[in-house]
Design a protein around this ligand. Structure first.
Ligand SMILES: NC(=O)c1ccc[n+]([C@@H]2O[C@H](COP(=O)([O-])OP(=O)(O)OC[C@H]3O[C@@H](n4cnc5c(N)ncnc54)[C@H](OP(=O)(O)O)[C@@H]3O)[C@@H](O)[C@H]2O)c1
Length: 277
């Protein structure tokens, strides 16, 4: 398959470049293609007509979006809309990636693909607008929601916690629960999905659930870090954007593609870090 990959330098973009090896991939990092610019998107598709446009680009600065939502809507709503529009014109399918933050987090069991959305933050609202635009503009679409993504390279929670390992103690939020997702595992699942023509909405996230505190404890244990990890409430770290308290994702969609447990993702991450050290 000929694939046009956007956001290719991000955590997921890099991972996809490895897992999509069997395909003919043209990879566009942000500097080479701004998905919010429709003329540029159309020109990219005309240069190398793809069978599938795979969008790994996004604006993920959740707190910044709360005071200035413009850049979030540009990259997370207008951008996917452009990709869906242009791919439909070119006779290609589109795969777009979204987030657990489209849910309000008030639930007490994992969210599946048919649960009602209700974003609490500007970021979540911009991502939900992107989902709607993709569904509206290209019937041959996959919308893949994921959560708490991390990779050896990139700005993410586990890397931030590793940077704090010289402290005696770290205080970590223990009342937000989600699905930590290792980017290469997400890329594997997406690579399996595009071999089907089963268009629709999918939840792909590390299996099981954890709080940020539990994720940190497991990370430090695996890396042999002795820093004390102290569980605290969200109220100790006030942030501009509200987070869903409970945003664990599960899947009931067919075909049923399930990621490994989050602990396996973290183990693979730690092994790769060890090898790189
Ligand atoms: N990271 C998470 O915890 C998380 C959680 C849930 C869902 N997701 C979703 O998962 C997907 C992949 O996320 P990720 O973690 O790989 O994100 P990432 O590492 O931040 O990568 C996103 C990439 O998109 C690029 N980008 C931003 N705006 C763009 C635009 N207008 N045109 C082209 N490229 C643009 C960014 O470039 P610059 O750096 O130059 O801006 C960056 O290289 C996204 O859809 C994200 O919303 C992520």
């Amino acid at each position: 398959m000929k694939i046009l990959l956007t956001g290719a330098a991000g955590q997921l973009g890099r991972s996809l470049q490895r897992t999509l090896g069997a395909h003919d991939v043209t990879a566009y990092p942000h500097q080479r293609l701004d998905i919010a610019d429709l003329a540029s998107v159309r020109a990219a598709l005309a240069a190398e007509p793809p069978d599938l446009v795979l969008n790994a680009a996004a604006y993920n600065r959740v707190d910044d979006a709360e005071s200035d939502a413009g850049p979030a809507y540009r990259s997370n709503a207008l951008g996917p809309r452009n990709l869906a529009l242009a791919s439909h014109e070119a006779g290609a399918a589109v795969l777009h990636v979204s987030t657990d933050y489209v849910f309000d987090g008030g639930g007490h069991r994992p969210y599946h693909e048919y649960d009602a959305t209700g974003p609490r933050s500007a970021y979540g609202a911009s991502k939900l607008a992107g989902e709607h635009a993709v569904r509206e503009h290209n019937p041959r679409h996959y919308v893949v929601r994921t959560a708490w993504v991390y990779h050896e390279q990139g700005g993410n929670f586990p890397r931030t916690m590793l940077s704090l390992q010289d402290r005696d103690e770290v205080r970590v939020v223990n009342d937000q629960t989600g699905s930590p997702t290792y980017a290469p595992h997400l890329a594997d699942a997406i690579t399996a999905l595009i071999d089907t023509d089963a268009y629709g909405t999918y939840h792909f996230a590390g299996r099981g659930q954890a709080t940020w505190y539990e994720l940190t404890r497991e990370l430090y244990r695996r890396m042999g870090i002795s820093t004390a990890v102290v569980p605290v409430g969200t109220d100790e770290f006030p942030r501009p954007a509200p987070r869903p308290q409970y945003s664990v994702l599960t899947t009931i969609q067919e075909p049923r593609i399930v990621l490994p447990p989050w602990e396996e993702g973290l183990a693979a991450f730690c092994t790769r870090l060890d090898k790189a050290a």
